[in-house]
Write a protein that binds this ligand. Structure first.
Ligand code: UDP
Length: 239
């Protein structure tokens, strides 16, 4: 897969943990505002930005289920966790003067619009940052799958999957100094080698619909811009 250099409409997938900073739980406001400022730079460069934020910094369904909860109930709690993160991100963006809308897959009218595809696209066209909350709205799914699904629905050119390492390596770069970064991979490479990009449901969905995924390191300031505006050779493209 090749990179177009610069993307016009993207979907940025952040895990809940990306909001924790150095903490062990919850939201770290300075980290949140740092990410918000990078998203703001994209909007200033006329990039249309949609966000999907996970909930793992607050609650994960699988973890709840292993402690004896009903899996579906635990998953709904996980989806609510994504709403908390989405509202936090909305607040951080609006503090910096960025117009945003939270669209939730689970209705909660007082705090978010219901997810309506056409409305999401309209918001993007008007330059608003759209935050998709509550995942897919279904238990047994993840926010990675929600990101793939929403990216397809809004015709995003790429999913930017934010991680803590600069793309996909042939070995763990923290342990093996000879580890090399792949500049690009196919979906099948990722599935066959069980590479840690996104879960297999999300990868399959991207593969079926030819949606590229760019895996990059969010912890380096400025990387979101480098990835989207094509100003640096960073990350790994899966396509
Ligand atoms: N979840 C779900 N359906 C979805 C999206 C999320 O049930 O479509 C639940 C699931 O329990 C998951 C939790 O929400 O563990 C938080 O999402 P995720 O684990 O994907 O967050 P991340 O790892 O990205 O922080």
């Amino acid at each position: 897969p090749t990179r177009p250099g610069r993307y016009k409409r993207i979907l940025l997938k952040l895990s809940g943990e990306a909001l924790m900073g150095d903490g062990k739980y919850g939201i770290h406001p300075p980290t949140l505002s740092r990410i918000a400022s990078e998203v703001k730079e994209l909007t200033e460069a006329s990039v249309e930005v949609a966000l999907v934020i996970g909930g793992g910094n607050i609650f994960r369904g699988v973890a709840g289920a292993t402690e004896g909860m009903d899996r579906a109930s635990a998953d709904y709690m996980g989806m609510l966790a994504t709403c908390i993160n989405s509202m936090a991100m909305q607040d951080a963006l609006e503090k910096q003067g960025v117009h945003t809308r939270v669209l939730s897959a689970i209705k909660m009218e007082q705090i978010a619009e219901p997810y309506i595809r056409r409305r999401a696209v309209r918001h993007l066209e008007k330059g608003r940052v759209v935050i998709f909350a509550a995942g897919t709205g279904n238990p047994y799914f993840t926010t990675d799958t929600a990101a793939s699904l929403r990216a397809m629905e809004i015709n995003a050119e790429v999913i930017l999957k934010a991680t803590k390492v600069d793309g996909v390596y042939n070995a763990d770069p923290k342990k093996d100094p000879t580890a090399r970064r792949y500049r690009s991979l196919t979906y099948l490479d990722v599935l066959k080698q069980d590479l840690n990009v996104m879960d297999s449901t999300a990868i399959s969905l991207c593969r079926d619909n030819k949606l590229p995924i760019l895996v990059f390191d969010l912890t380096v300031r400025g990387n979101i811009g480098r990835a989207v505006l094509g100003t640096g050779d960073i990350g790994t493209v899966v396509g």
